[in-house]
Design a protein around this ligand. Structure first.
Ligand SMILES: Cc1ncc(COP(=O)(O)O)c(C=O)c1O
Length: 447
């Protein structure tokens, strides 16, 4: 066993990993990356269809980001932003992000170190906002089944994935969940033809039941990620927005996965002209070159917090490394690449190309649903496509396919039996061809 694998086995505890499984399955230890590929300690190179947890948008090995971080750290390694101080890199990035979200009418940017923290920030901002407006009972947060908003207790309470939640109960009070827009297995058993957006109307029913005067915010990913890469039906977000406006409920758009080109728009919200009150970013804000989260809010929310210290209007929240200059410098260089190389457009074009390849696999009886928006796609494996009968969970078909794909030098992450597609936006067409061909071969052997 290599020194690194021994370190994994003896000293390491990996997130979201059943460490007991490693007796049968060796870890994949990555030591370098270039474009859409990564290379292991054993010098095997793989196409990363997973995009390193859906975030390596500009791809690996971008030396201009490395240089930007290096230059920043030579000048200033770190300085906090508490109590009227700041570092210049955080200020510049706040300005750029507010300018980028002009269409969404964001006014201020608050930084943290990742998606969970950025959502935790959003939830606390929404709760205190209503308190400051004198509506002290407006504290509940409505989210959706299958949502993933993070692992800290507030973000986890908004999350709607049972296995993530159950071991840590009781969670934070005041969180409710409505149905997810999972069209292939519609919770209201309608078809796309007969869909009347009942899953969105579930929000109105819930607001009436809970009393909208007790609800601070609705939080949602424009396209759900960990819940199964679920693209909502047309009209869904418009209906959610209509209901939230009618009942005075803030909208928190969790753009942690959908931000910065993943879906073929710069932000997922843009597909539906959604104008949220709070937008949450992390992941592709730096394409993973540094850990960074950002919570953007409207000037209306921000101004509710203005006053004098001691009046109870201060936002008593923030982590030590919020707005780390190295992370902010990485974000700037990353956003420069996204703009200069028109990666949003490339995501749209390559996403269409990938989707066509995946749709061609529908001739196989194990291929159920196929959908994608930009380079965020899903392929749901089923025992029988006509009846949509799922495989038994214990068959672990998704995991089997993903393990088989490793033999074709492809890293692809399954969510149960749903295969997910979120490669770096710089993936080449011939790499997409290789993925589609290998997948066809693996799935044919399953059929
Ligand atoms: C939509 C969404 N929000 C929040 C998070 C949490 O981000 P982090 O893992 O950086 O805390 C994730 C992580 O996958 C996510 O997919």
């Amino acid at each position: 066993m290599s020194e690194l694998k021994e370190a994994y086995e003896r000293y390491y505890w990996a997130p979201f990993t059943q460490m007991g499984d490693l007796a049968e399955k060796e870890p994949l230890v990555i030591v370098s990356g270039d474009g859409a590929t990564v290379t292991t300690d054993e010098d095997e190179t793989y196409i990363d269809v997973h995009g390193a947890l859906w975030l390596a948008n500009v791809g690996y090995g971008r030396l201009e980001i490395v240089d930007a971080v290096y230059d920043q750290m030579k000048r200033l390694s770190w300085f906090p932003s508490f109590d009227g101080m700041a570092n210049d890199a955080a200020l510049r990035l706040a300005r750029r992000m507010v300018e980028m979200t002009e269409k969404e009418k964001m006014g201020r940017g608050f930084f943290s170190s990742g998606g969970s923290e950025a959502n935790e920030t959003a939830i606390k901002m929404a709760r205190q906002y209503w308190r400051l407006k004198g509506r002290t009972n407006k504290y509940k947060i409505i989210s959706r089944h299958r949502a993933y908003h993070g692992v800290s207790m507030g973000a986890l309470s908004a999350t709607g994935i049972a296995e993530n939640r159950k071991p840590f109960e009781p969670l934070v009070p005041g969180f409710r969940h409505i149905e997810a827009p999972y069209c292939y297995r519609c919770p209201h058993e309608t078809s796309p033809e007969s869909c009347d957006l009942d899953c969105a109307r579930d929000l109105e029913r819930t607001l009436k039941f809970e009393d909208a005067d007790t609800v601070a915010a609705f939080i949602g990913e424009p396209v759900m990620g960990a819940g199964g890469m679920l693209v909502p039906p047309d009209g869904y977000w418009q209906e959610i927005e209509r209901i939230c406006r009618k009942y005075d409920v803030l909208i928190i758009a969790d753009e942690v996965v959908t931000g910065f080109g993943r879906t073929g728009e710069i932000f997922g919200s843009r597909h539906w002209d959604l104008v949220p009150d709070i937008m949450v970013f992390a992941k592709a804000l730096t394409s993973g070159y540094q850990p960074l989260g950002a919570t953007l809010v409207t000037e209306e929310i921000f101004s509710a917090y203005l006053g004098k210290y001691g009046e109870g209007r201060t936002f008593h929240h923030g982590t030590t490394y919020a707005g780390h200059p190295a992370a902010c410098a990485a974000a700037q260089a990353n956003l420069d690449i996204i703009e200069r190389e028109d990666l949003v457009q490339r995501s749209r074009e390559k996403g269409r190309y990938l989707l066509d390849k995946l749709l061609a696999l529908k001739e196989l009886p194990v291929v159920g649903d196929v959908a994608a928006l930009g380079l965020m796609g899903r392929l749901e494996l089923v025992q029988d496509a006509d009846s949509r009968t799922p495989f038994p969970a214990e068959a672990r078909i998704g995991a089997t396919v993903s393990e088989e794909l490793l033999h074709h030098n492809i890293i692809l992450r399954p969510l149960g039996d749903t295969l997910t597609f979120s490669p770096p936006l710089v993936i080449e067409y011939d790499q997409i061809d290789h993925v589609a061909d290998a997948l066809a071969e693996v799935l044919r052997n399953l059929s």
